[in-house]
Design a protein around this ligand. Structure first.
Ligand code: PMV
Length: 312
């Protein structure tokens, strides 16, 4: 039996703008994981690969899944990349502690865990670039037109500065950064929110392009501040990014409430992370403020809080 896993992620800067060619920064969140476990099956009465994913109540032979079912796609694309056609039956079990529909990259992490597990099972390792590319193909089934940032940060497992069509740049933080990830309890509807932004962009391109440019400037400044460990500079940039996300219309009353409460409790910077509309609010904090900010977030309606440390 072999297992492989992949972390969750948060976007620190640049969501939405990244869909329009601007850069974004994301970091892995190792406190939550997707895990894929493969064990050989003695009998293959029905197929060759039996897939179990209790989180989504799935228990089926792969061949009985729809052609474009994301797990099936991840498995098939990996077998193709490994050039494996003949093999004995096996079971693939997928578990995940990454909250779904919360902007934490659960779909990308599940794909990456599956790809790694299958490669390992057949005694091979695939380069991160290829793992990311396969996961990107699967992401398209979930999101329609993903930028590719989720599969990239999850496959590289390092803070990344990402721009569509370019190789990702790994950022090594100059100082550790602590984030509290607070769940609003409302699902983040990535496809819907991305489509709404696109409709608004079509009807008022210059306004939205100007916002994307401002987000881009913040993201470039943030990259430098993160790399040089200037924590006090990063917080205000996050707050400014949140103002611009408000202007894009992707915030919500729940998000606003959490942002305000964390800022008042002493967080250095607070913003939504991911598509918005719901999902998570992230707060950059000094260690001594962890309890105060965490309590304030819960008081303001957060249904769960994950604390994560991004280390150099
Ligand atoms: O909700 P998430 O974490 O999948 O993030 C979506 C991020 C967007 O920039 C809004 C879309 C994208 O594909 O990058």
């Amino acid at each position: 039996m072999i297992s492989a896993s992949a972390p969750g992620k948060i976007i620190l800067f640049g969501e939405h703008a990244v869909v329009y060619g601007r850069p974004a920064i994301a970091v892995p969140v190792h406190e939550v994981q997707s895990k894929a476990t493969i064990s050989a099956l003695k009998e293959s009465n029905g197929g060759l690969i039996f897939v179990e994913a209790p989180n989504i109540q799935l228990s089926s032979w792969m061949v009985d899944l729809e052609e474009d079912q994301p797990l099936r796609k991840a498995i098939q694309q990996t077998l193709e990349a490994l050039d494996i056609e003949d093999f004995s039956a096996f079971q693939l079990r997928v578990n995940s502690t990454i909250p779904m529909a919360s902007g934490m990259g659960s779909s990308a992490a599940i794909s990456v865990a599956i790809i790694r597990a299958i490669a390992l099972y057949f005694g091979q390792t695939l380069p991160r670039e290829l793992i990311s590319r396969i996961a990107f193909e699967v992401e398209k089934l979930h999101h329609g037109t993903p930028s590719g940032i989720d599969n990239t940060v999850v496959a590289y497992e390092r803070p990344v500065f990402f721009r569509r069509g370019e190789d990702p740049q790994i950022i090594t933080p100059g100082e550790p950064m602590i984030f509290l990830i607070a769940d609003t309890g409302a699902p983040a509807q990535t496809v819907q929110v991305v489509n709404e932004v696109r409709e608004r962009w079509i009807s008022n391109e210059s306004y939205y392009e100007a916002i994307f440019d401002q987000i881009s400037e913040l993201t470039i400044l943030a990259k430098r501040a993160i790399a040089s460990g200037q924590i006090p500079v990063i917080g205000p940039l996050m707050n400014q990014n949140q103002v611009l996300l408000e202007a894009l219309g992707v915030s919500s009353p729940e998000i606003r409430k959490l942002v305000k409460s964390a800022q008042e409790a002493g967080a250095l910077g607070v913003k939504l992370s991911g598509a918005g509309g719901g999902g998570n609010v992230i707060s950059l904090i000094e260690p001594s403020f962890e309890t105060a900010v965490s309590n304030a977030l819960v008081e303001a309606g957060a249904i769960s809080i994950i604390s994560t440390k991004v280390t150099p």
